[in-house]
Ligand binder design. Structure first.
Ligand SMILES: Nc1nc2c(ncn2[C@@H]2O[C@H](COP(=O)(O)OP(=O)(O)O)[C@@H](O)[C@H]2O)c(=O)[nH]1
Ligand SMILES: [Mg+2]
Length: 352
């Protein structure tokens, strides 16, 4: 080749428009001829593989789209902030009043103050400068935010189900309700174990239920006995384990009970909480019983209170789903699956 221009043309012809020059230099032809002839041009070129080129183009497009997206988000935020300044004072007052009304409603329902603050901030943020608040709109947004936090899970129905929690909350009664459901309604083979031998009359209470339903009952006094009882009941599709209610403040007793459960195969461990529990006590319960590795919640005694914040608080503090709600002393009737829409309505004061 004589010069660069000719080189470029030939490269394009042979390798296509994607070709790039990697190196060029002037060389002499070999032998005697080379000494007298003008120097020739040697060009090294290469073609990038099309897949790599495509990939880089796509990558650039993605980056551009992302930047575009972030820009429009920023624009929207600036617009909102600017609009906010134009909201007349009387409308802003109205907003404050609306939020205050809902704050009071949540306080009446004994929702934790920190959770109420979170809700109020979230409502304000989702409205910022876009629409004017009315009671209806705030209510709808609050319901949506609340619904997002409330959690349930499908009735998992693990073979082994354990009931733990403070004293007198309804562990034994709830176990009896579920045992009857499984045995009578679902026709399952059910076995019951109790590690509650501390309280006089505790075993008798369960024995009465077991006798009525004709279910085998094992009473265990040590962790090793628990293992034996599980072996004896291994033919059962369902093994329900009752535990002694322990004072929330007695960490030694709670740990003692946790030792029983340490070697248990995977199980549903229900923390049973009374709906009449005070908000501050609920914090203690959720923390002090943690060593029991409970993984689901049951709320009892909803028939004994008109404040339902405890359900929301319980889910918020433990991060766990609520599965059952109990609403009375009647075995086996007074139990149902948790209905989150209903719980939200109760907390928002929309249902009696
Ligand atoms: N009102 C009402 N009482 C309940 C409910 N569940 C249990 N109880 C009562 O609460 C008391 C204590 O129940 P128990 O099962 O012995 O509690 P445990 O100590 O946790 O085992 C008993 O009188 C039960 O009848 C409920 O959902 N509503
Ligand atoms: Mg009991």
């Amino acid at each position: 080749m004589q010069d660069m221009k000719e080189g470029m043309l030939r490269i394009r012809e042979e390798l296509g428009p994607e070709a790039v020059i990697i190196q060029s230099r002037k060389v002499r032809l070999k032998g005697l001829r080379g000494i007298f002839a003008p120097r020739k041009m040697e060009i090294t070129a290469a073609v990038e593989s099309p897949s790599r080129v495509d990939f880089e183009r796509q990558y650039d497009r993605n980056v551009q789209a992302k930047i575009q997206e972030e820009l429009s988000e920023l624009k929207m935020m600036v617009n909102r902030l600017m609009n906010r300044d134009f909201i007349p004072a009387e409308i802003r007052d109205r907003e404050r009043k609306e939020l205050q009304k809902w704050r009071l409603q949540l306080q009446r329902q004994e929702v934790l103050e920190e959770l109420i603050d979170e809700f109020m901030t979230e409502i304000q943020e989702s409205l910022y400068g876009e629409i004017q608040l009315t009671e209806e709109i705030t209510g709808l947004i609050l319901r949506k935010k609340m619904r997002k936090r409330l959690k349930t899970a499908p009735e998992k129905g693990a073979q082994i189900q354990v009931f733990v929690g403070p004293t007198g909350v309804g562990k034994t009664t709830t176990l009896a309700k579920l045992a009857a459901r499984y045995a009578l309604y679902q026709g399952e083979r059910v076995g019951i174990i109790t590690i509650d031998h501390y309280r006089i009359g505790a075993v008798e209470q369960l024995r009465t239920y077991a006798d009525i339903t004709g279910l085998p009952l094992e009473v265990v006094m040590t962790p090793r006995e628990l293992q034996h009882a599980l072996d004896r009941l291994s033919g059962c599709q369902r093994i329900l384990i009752d535990t002694a209610g322990r004072s929330t403040l007695n960490l030694v007793h709670i740990q003692e009970l946790a030792n029983y459960l340490g070697n248990l195969p995977p199980a549903e461990i229900f923390m049973v909480i009374s709906a009449t529990t005070k908000a501050q006590d609920l914090k203690l319960i959720s923390e002090n019983f943690r060593c029991m590795n409970y993984n689901r919640l049951i709320f009892t005694k909803l028939d004994e209170t008109n404040t339902y914040g405890v359900l929301l608080n319980g889910i918020y503090l433990t991060g766990l789903p609520v599965i059952y709600i109990t609403t009375g002393q009647s075995v086996p009737d007074d139990i149902c699956l948790a209905d989150l829409d209903k719980i939200s309505s109760l907390i928002l004061g929309e249902e009696e």
